[in-house]
Design a protein around this ligand. Structure first.
Ligand code: GCW
Length: 838
């Protein structure tokens, strides 16, 4: 036994590092070995000692992280020290630590909290690399910045780099439930909670804390904003304190989402009226209790009067009353409350042409400007609706001169492919952050400056809804990690370019092979536009199943219901008239310069034209193309782009570790199939509604496609589908539960040659059907339909594609698909397509 172990070890130890299976768990903190040349280049600039002059847990983390990172990248084991040695060293400590213990370094500066200074200093001919800051958290950030420089092959000799984060508050929210599920989480179950309590093993929390710290994120709210009151119960608080303990060494403050009804539901008071003295006292006592257990507690997040959550409206009180009762309880401890601006009527009257959900945040909060305490910050989603694929910046930004405003971005890809589609959101976020709200005449006032507290009187912040889970990739998709990375980098410095952030991420995550870096950048940077193209371009919003899973295509789902995400498409035209002149007046919520842009069709950029205006399908846009033709063309462009992503990724075989290479390829191939489903569904819906044909003749005409309902069926029955657009021809064939098997066959009547045979079928998450394909009597492939998709019914989300490459076909061949149903899945088939082999 021992012998086997030893010889295995020898084999494993001698494998090149790149061949070790990577799971993605280490994300961008892999500290993979650098090339020999790079290691040589750092020979003189990286010393043998890392001395920590501070005694905060975060500084200790910085020291350990440096040792860990340099061991990984340079294969060197640095010595720890706690004083400035007589030999070259990396010196860690706050400015006050250094002034006390190492005056010989002669360092002084005024720096804001959390900023850092990397400074090379020579004293008596000894070279030191000093990593210092105003506070200990800044020292940790400096440590990570130093490591990042090395990982990116940037020089670390002669350093004099000062960086300061843009906004003081940089938080993530995790919509985790106490039972371990995550609302809108796609990377598995909660790393924090399980079955009503905190997990015993919090090692993943520690590793997540490291990831956050490496980006400069300094706070985390660890439960769903649709908050369970039990999080505030006396039994839970010690458990939450354990989680806070895991975050503390990484400088991340813990916060909680609260339910506004807690004084009543948990505290058993007869009321939760924010002006009632017993309620005021209850919030104070509860907050004191939390601070006793967690002295550096960050504060609360509150979703009130929104989507069925209780709020101050019960007592005719205002959002300011609600925010302030909590803010005042937090104030003595230095905590803050993020009060969510996501308040709207989800029972709106869709027949009222003036009803407009986009108006809601501004209408609700703008009149209350100046009424919020200074530690109450309004947390505003980037757009006025809800994390759609494209929205204008919320008009609330900059509209409240005397209220702190934070931006809320969604890292988890709820409406953006739920981590099954690769959609990189950094370019989208940058567009909002850079958008000039024209708060002042003369100087630009982009959203990034407003939330950094540089425009209006109060500081704000930047918050990302992250929702990591137990999956080793954290998000259920390796490429989705780039969204967290990009969020953190932008929260630190919104002026970083998307290209820079993407290249950093790729090099840290996959290595610096130039083809890999270029290919990943091409894919990531275009993926937002691509997803928009094949879902809802021109400001239509995502066009998903809005009352269902927020994933599958369903063009009408957002219409004729109270949720207010309407696009108002009918036989003549499409789009929502939000102008002041003839619409809901939404554009009038912006400052005049912005309003002027959105108020008229002519001035509105095409990208948002249907968000702001209702147009006939034949209207010619600024691009010179009609609305309807743009919809058709964009969908083809989007689907073609994903097909190219999969192809380009294949060129990276051998340049990326095999496990992640395979995962990303499978994901891109799935996405390529989904993009076709979206393309056809949306285009067919608009073709039918408008009665206008695609000028290029593609929509409704699919060369080589044979509908399942037109095939020779045995056992399968033809079923019309609702909505019609989710299945080609509006129909699919299904094999009833309990049937041993069903078949659908055709006789091939094309020319002899190599053909790709595409099988479009349905793969729900509540059954595992089995498929086989035969040519004549020869089985050429079989598979089980058990992919991870967020749909339990036949719809666009469960529509799946299996491509059988290069089949040698001859005229007269019998092609037969055999389906075996299982569970709630009916081995449903939509069509097959026989196309020249790729
Ligand atoms: O978009 C909606 C989501 C809800 C979410 C809500 C919010 C947590 O579908 O799941 O609730 O936004 O942001 O409060």
């Amino acid at each position: 036994m021992k012998k086997i172990f030893v010889s295995l070890f020898v084999i494993v130890a001698s494998l090149p590092a790149s061949l070790f299976a990577e799971t993605g768990y280490n994300a961008w903190l892999r500290y993979a070995p650098l090339s020999d040349a790079a290691v040589r280049a750092y020979r003189d600039s990286v010393p043998a000692v890392v001395a920590n002059l501070g005694n905060a847990a975060t500084e200790r983390s910085a020291q350990q992280e440096l040792i860990r990172g340099l061991r990984g990248m340079l294969n060197r084991n640095l010595r720890e020290d706690s004083r400035v040695p007589a030999e070259g060293a990396i010196i860690l400590g706050t400015l006050s630590d250094l002034q006390k213990s190492a005056p010989q370094l002669g360092l002084s500066a005024t720096m804001p909290p959390d900023g850092f200074w990397l400074k090379s200093v020579t004293v008596n001919r000894v070279r030191y690399t000093v990593i210092t800051a105003q506070n200990d958290r800044g020292v940790l950030y400096g440590g990570f910045a130093f490591l990042r420089r090395i990982a990116l092959n940037e020089p670390v000799s002669d350093l004099d780099i000062k960086q300061t984060p843009s906004a003081p508050v940089r938080w993530v929210d995790e919509w985790n439930n106490i039972d371990g599920t995550i609302e809108r989480g796609y990377g598995g179950r909660s790393i924090f909670w399980d079955a009503g309590h905190v997990r015993d093993d919090l090692s993943r929390v520690t590793d997540y804390a490291r990831m956050l710290a490496s980006l400069g994120i300094n706070g985390i709210s660890v439960n769903n904003v649709n908050a369970n009151t039990l999080f505030l119960s006396p039994e839970m608080i010690p458990q939450i304190a354990r989680v806070a303990d895991a975050f503390r060494p990484w400088g991340v403050k813990l916060a909680l989402a609260i339910d506004f009804g807690s004084p009543q539901s948990l505290g058993k008071l007869p009321t939760y009226d924010p002006l009632d003295p017993t309620v005021i006292a209850w919030w104070k006592a509860k907050t004191d209790e939390i601070y006793k257990a967690i002295p550096d507690f960050g504060g609360f997040v509150l979703k009130a009067d929104s989507e069925g959550r209780v709020g101050p409206s019960t007592y005719n009180r205002t959002h300011a009353d609600a925010a302030n009762v909590v803010a005042r309880a937090l104030k003595p401890h230095g905590g803050v409350i993020f009060y969510r601006g996501f308040v709207y009527d989800h029972h709106a009257n869709w027949e009222d042409p003036k009803a407009d959900r986009a108006r809601a945040a501004y209408d609700n909060f703008h009149p209350l400007d100046g009424k919020f305490d200074d530690n109450a910050i309004i947390q505003i989603k980037n757009g006025p609706i809800d994390f759609q694929i494209r929205e204008p910046a919320s008009p609330l930004f900059g509209s409240m001169e005397n209220t702190g405003q934070a931006i809320e971005l969604q890292i988890t890809q709820e409406y953006n492919g739920q981590a099954r589609h690769l959609v990189y959101l950094v370019p989208m976020w940058k567009e909002t952050l850079d958008f000039d709200m024209h708060v002042r005449d003369g100087a630009p006032t982009p959203v990034k400056a407003i939330v950094a507290g540089k425009v209006t009187a109060r500081p704000g912040g930047i918050v990302g809804v992250s929702n990591v889970g137990l999956d080793d990739s954290w998000y259920g998709n390796q490429m989705s990690q780039a969204n967290l990375y990009g969020f953190g980098r932008l929260a630190w410095d919104p002026d970083l370019s998307a290209q820079r952030i993407t290249d950093e991420w790729t090099k840290l995550t996959f290595g610096d092979d130039p083809l890999v870096v270029r290919t990943v950048a091409d894919i990531q940077l275009s993926s937002w536009r691509t997803y928009e193209n094949y879902t809802g371009p021109l400001g239509l919003q995502t066009l998903t199943d809005i009352t269902g899973n927020h994933y599958s295509v369903n063009v009408e789902a957002s219409e004729r219901n109270g949720w207010g995400q309407w696009h108002k498409a009918d036989a003549k035209g499409v789009g929502f008239d939000r102008s002041v002149a003839t619409g809901t007046g939404f554009t009038g919520q912006y400052r005049p310069a912005v309003m002027k842009m959105y108020e008229t069709v002519e001035n509105t950029p095409d990208d948002l034209v249907l968000f702001m205006h209702h147009l006939p399908y034949t209207k010619v846009l600024r691009s010179g193309k009609t609305v309807i033709q743009t919809i058709y063309d964009d969908h083809y462009e989007g689907a073609d782009a994903v097909a190219k992503y999969a192809k380009d990724w294949k060129a990276l075989k051998g340049r990326v570790d095999e496990a992640r290479y395979d995962q990303v390829l499978a994901q891109l191939e799935y996405q390529a199939g989904q993009a076709i489903v979206w393309r056809d569904a949306v285009n067919n819906w608009f073709a039918k509604e408008s009665g206008i044909a695609d000028a290029k003749g593609r929509v409704g005409h699919y060369p080589g496609r044979i509908e399942a309902e037109a095939m020779r069926l045995a056992g399968y029955t033809v079923k019309p589908q609702t909505p019609f657009e989710i299945a080609s021809g509006g129909q699919a064939v299904e094999c009833a539960a309990g049937t041993a098997k069903c078949t659908a066959g055709i006789k091939y009547d094309g020319e002899a040659g190599w053909r790709d045979v595409v099988v479009q079928y349905f793969d729900q998450n509540n059954g595992v059907s089995h498929f086989r394909v035969f040519v004549g009597n020869q089985q050429i492939v079989e598979w089980v339909a058990n992919d991870r998709v967020p749909s339990a019914k036949i719809d666009g989300g469960s529509s799946a594609r299996h491509v059988i490459p290069a089949v040698a076909l001859r005229p007269g061949d019998e092609i037969r698909v055999e389906g075996v149903p299982e569970g709630r899945e009916t081995a449903a088939l939509d069509y097959i397509e026989i196309v020249p082999a790729n």
